[in-house]
Design a protein around this ligand. Structure first.
Ligand code: FES
Ligand code: FES
Length: 151
């Protein structure tokens, strides 16, 4: 079995896994990092959204071999120690979450959007494709705007 090393939330990890094992399975089943959620497994629902070298990815469709010697960040690694990421703080301030299942992915998508553009337009926000079965979309929009322009 090949082994792969990468940086996960700031710490080096090494896993033995088949080259084509999706990163989501590696995270959840081998490393017990369960923030990224399994919804569809085919890159559509985006419940698993995380970052690879700072860019948004869907780990259910990224083979672990593609992550070797790179940096993976999940919702568990978004905060800076005890200081929440501005998107996480805005999520709390706007009371976004309902059942919560999609929310780690929503937050990681929003953080990636704000990395790409510090003042996202409504159209930018509309291009986020993460699904929320609870329909929290209006509060997600509010929270992204708050994170972009805190009071
Ligand atoms: S589990 Fe649905 S996009 Fe990854
Ligand atoms: S908060 Fe329930 S699916 Fe989004």
């Amino acid at each position: 079995m090949p082994s792969y090393s990468f940086v996960l939330n700031g710490k080096s990890v090494t896993v033995e896994a088949p080259a084509d094992m999706p990163l989501l399975w590696v995270l959840r089943d081998l490393l017990h990092v369960t923030g990224p959620k399994y919804g569809c497994g085919v890159g559509v629902c985006r419940a698993c959204t995380s970052h690879l070298d700072g860019a948004e990815i869907q780990p259910c469709v990224v083979p672990v071999a593609d992550c070797a010697d790179r940096a993976v960040t999940t919702i568990e690694g978004l905060a800076d120690g005890d200081t929440l990421h501005p998107v996480q703080q805005a999520w709390l301030d706007c009371d976004v979450s309902q059942c919560g299942f999609c929310q780690p992915g929503q937050i990681m998508a929003a953080a990636a959007l704000l990395d790409r553009t510090s003042s996202p337009t409504d159209d930018d926000i509309d291009r986020i494709e993460n699904v929320c079965r609870c329909g929290t979309y209006s509060r997600i929009r509010e929270a992204i705007k708050k994170a972009a322009a805190p009071d």
